[in-house]
Design a protein around this ligand. Structure first.
Ligand code: NAD
Ligand code: UDP
Length: 313
């Protein structure tokens, strides 16, 4: 198959491109390199089945493809809040452009949505039928509401025009190829620990998150994209149900890096969700999918990666 991956030079996208190529597909990786980088896909450039295209999804583009994975969008709060209007445009106009393309060339399309559609959730763990608790005017809204509109567009193109759509609600995912300055908690803690710096915990560290290793997520993406039986058009949560406070995560990072941990407590950012944990019953039933890599193991792999990344500087 010929497959388009938008945001393909980013953290998750680069792992997805690699996996799709390994399975014998042709892959077009489209990226504007805002938070992605050529280095993430440099090892794929010699593959004759791989093409790298610099393009912004807010502008229309035309390719003959069979499948589209729409991942283009900065994922870290630091980066998506840098230019919030652009974040909305990427989610709304970018998704519209990719849906228009899918409709025109009859490609199946998968949207990378997010657990952020649940906002600061009142239902715990989060199930797909929960509508969420999102502040429409806060600092995270450009991302949260942008992704919610993207989901709306996916469902409306499906209902109105019969486009073959898939939606994954991704919970916090981590692994190799995250940027050193990504700003998300796992990369921050690992980089700080390796450098012997204090770990920056926002708030009192009692807020929880559930962390999924990237290869588990990519497996889920491919299963959902290729699934045909059941309610495949409705959103599917993907994440690791293991739930940790940020204080517990700091301890785990200490063990994975073999470093003694010192902590600095900083202010909690606005609208920071207090708890988050996926209910993945739907993914289990629909795709026979669940994560296989526990946090301790994934942190060791990620720490190994950053140890090399930081050393080469
Ligand atoms: P990332 O920032 O590493 O990757 C995003 C990629 O999209 C980058 O390569 C970036 O350059 C590219 N991009 C951004 N705006 C673009 C635009 N307008 N046109 C073309 N390319 C653009 O982040 P990631 O963690 O790999 O996230 C990938 C997708 O998964 C995103 O849509 C994100 O919202 C979603 N997601 C990720 C997580 C997570 O924990 N990693 C959680 C929920 C959702
Ligand atoms: N966080 C933290 N220290 C950091 C970065 C993040 O304590 O250096 C916290 C953040 O406040 C949030 C959690 O870790 O409660 C996860 O943050 P991240 O930005 O990784 O993802 P998101 O908030 O989007 O789930």
């Amino acid at each position: 198959m010929r497959i388009l991956v938008t945001g393909g030079a980013g953290f998750i996208g680069s792992h997805l491109c690699e996996r799709l190529l390994n399975e014998g597909n042709e892959v077009i990786c489209l990226d504007n390199f805002f938070t992605g980088r050529k280095a993430n896909v440099a090892h794929l450039l010699d593959d004759k089945s791989f093409e790298l295209v610099r393009h912004d999804v807010t502008e229309p583009i035309m390719f003959e493809v069979d499948q589209i994975y729409n991942l283009a969008c900065p994922a870290s709060p630091v980066h998506y809040q840098y230019n919030p209007v652009k974040t909305v445009k990427t989610n709304v106009m970018g998704t519209l452009n990719m849906l228009g393309l899918a409709k025109r060339v009859r490609a199946r399309i998968l949207q990378a949505s997010t657990s952020e559609v649940y906002g600061d959730p009142h239902v715990h763990p989060q199930t797909e039928d929960y509508w969420g608790n999102v502040n429409p005017i806060g600092l995270r809204s450009c991302y949260d509401e942008g992704k919610r509109v993207a989901e709306t567009l996916m469902m409306d193109y499906h209902r109105q025009s019969g486009v073959d759509t898939r939606i994954v609600r991704i919970f916090n995912t981590y692994g190799t190829r995250m940027l050193e300055n990504d700003g998300r908690v796992v990369s921050n803690f690992i980089v700080q620990a390796l450098r012997g710096e204090e770990l920056t915990i926002y708030g009192d560290g009692s807020q929880t998150r559930s962390f999924c290793y990237v290869s588990d997520l990519v497996e889920g993406f491919i299963r959902l994209m290729n699934a045909v039986d059941g309610d495949v058009h409705l959103p599917v949560n993907m994440g690791n149900p293991g739930e940790f406070t940020m204080n517990e995560l700091a301890e785990q990072v200490g063990m994975a890096t073999g470093k003694e941990i010192r902590i600095k407590y900083l202010d909690l950012p606005q609208d920071d969700p207090k708890q988050r944990k996926p209910n993945i019953d739907r993914a289990r039933a629909l795709l026979n999918w669940e994560p296989t890599i526990p946090l301790a193991e994934g942190l060791i792999k990620t720490a190994e990666y950053f140890r090399n990344e930081i050393e080469v500087k």
